[in-house]
Write a protein that binds this ligand. Structure first.
Ligand SMILES: Cc1ncc(COP(=O)(O)O)c(C=O)c1O
Length: 372
């Protein structure tokens, strides 16, 4: 079927036509199709190498016979369980189709064309894409020594600033914000700026006291929104469940604009079961810790710089063009992430995997570095 030559004259603003879609990690299936390779190791999207919690798998299986029903639009049980976990009221919890959706909802509520949103460079790329899509102005503050530069971020705030996005720990550097630093930062901010602490990787932080935990400030400061996800430590990236913790007043605003059934029934069921699976979470954290130690030592041995990370991934300076290294690793069936899009042209990001996956990754990188 061919569309006629005459084009409709859609009025699309430049900020949409210039928007570059988010570059996701390369899917395993795509690599299989392109190169005909089997037994692929994917360490590109900070997923859980242990897989989903067995309790979640069982619960989702049991829920399949109810697929003809709409989900519980209020996600009552999951909200109750999250509320109990943090000692919060369910009224201050908003669920999303991944924490990505919470980012969208926040921007939809607070950002009009011309409004400003501050985030760091590099940090999670989705913030700036969502802001651009809404016609907002991205104010980007470079990291200082791989950490969020809170002093410069505070200076970048103007009357137009609606939201500040801080991924803590930061993706892709794996660094955290200290409680003291954050307290000083918050004290200097205007009353009406929303401060989002995106804690997608918080479960992996070994010493919680070394970083600000958004939950400890909720209830004292209306400006704070905490984002959490089931995609990382809980191993449910494919189900798409994330949540925001905030004041009930703010939650009401987000609830107004979200779709009525934004978190599907299997996602609610799986997340609820995963939340109860403390053993799986603990095993994930242990495995990640060991994997990071192995990757760090092995990659240092190859002459790379590996930055200390509080997350389930490491940022590695391979001191060569990262895109080329990434391509050459792909041909050996190992998918990592080249960090050019994040402003690090000689760096790759590697997710902590199973021991045999980490070994495959180190061997592949060793071959690449020896050859180039
Ligand atoms: C900092 C950060 N926030 C949020 C997300 C997205 O999480 P979700 O799968 O819940 O949308 C990611 C995923 O990579 C991330 O790195």
């Amino acid at each position: 079927m061919n569309y006629p030559d005459t084009q409709p004259s859609w009025d699309i603003p430049d900020y949409l036509t210039s928007l570059v879609p988010y570059p996701p990690g390369k899917p395993i299936e795509e690599l299989e199709r392109e190169y005909g390779i089997r037994d692929i190791v994917k360490l590109a999207s900070n997923e859980n190498p242990l897989g989903p919690s067995p309790l979640a798998v069982e619960a989702v299986g049991n829920a399949l016979t109810n697929l003809h029903r709409y989900p519980d639009g209020s996600a009552h049980d999951l909200k109750q369980a999250i509320a109990a976990r943090y000692g919060l009221k369910p009224e201050g919890i908003v669920l999303g189709n991944g924490s990505n959706e919470l980012i969208e909802l926040l921007v939809r509520v607070f950002v009009r064309a011309g409004d400003a949103v501050v985030s760091s460079e590099p940090s999670f790329l989705v913030y700036r894409k969502v802001v651009q899509a809404a016609g907002g102005k991205n104010v980007i503050v470079p990291l200082a020594d791989l950490h969020h530069d809170l002093t410069s971020i505070a200076r970048a705030v103007t009357k137009k600033t609606r939201i500040i996005f801080l991924d803590n720990p930061n993706n892709p550097t794996g660094t955290v914000i200290s409680p003291k630093q954050f307290e000083t930062f918050l004290a200097g901010l205007p009353r009406d700026v929303v401060v989002v602490l995106d804690e997608a990787y918080m479960e992996f932080v070994d010493t919680p006291s070394e970083t600000v935990q958004g939950v400890s400030i909720l209830g004292k400061d209306q400006r704070i929104v905490v984002l959490r996800t089931f995609s990382k430590a809980y191993g449910l990236a494919g189900l798409r469940v994330g949540y925001g913790l905030m004041s009930p007043d703010l939650a009401t605003l987000l609830e107004r604009v979200r779709q009525p059934f934004n978190v599907n029934s299997l996602a609610q069921t799986g997340a609820l079961a995963a939340l109860k699976d403390a053993m799986h979470l603990q095993a994930t954290i242990e495995l990640t810790r060991k994997a990071k130690t192995y990757l760090t030592e092995s990659l240092h041995g190859l002459g790379c710089t590996v930055y200390p990370s509080k997350t389930n991934f490491v940022l590695v300076d391979v001191k060569k063009d990262a895109k080329t290294v990434f391509e050459m690793m792909l041909r050996q069936g190992v998918i990592v992430r080249a960090m050019g899009a994040y402003g690090f042209p000689t760096h790759i990001r590697i997710t902590a995997g199973l021991p045999r996956e980490n070994e495959r990754c180190v061997t592949a990188l060793e071959k690449v570095l020896r050859r180039s």
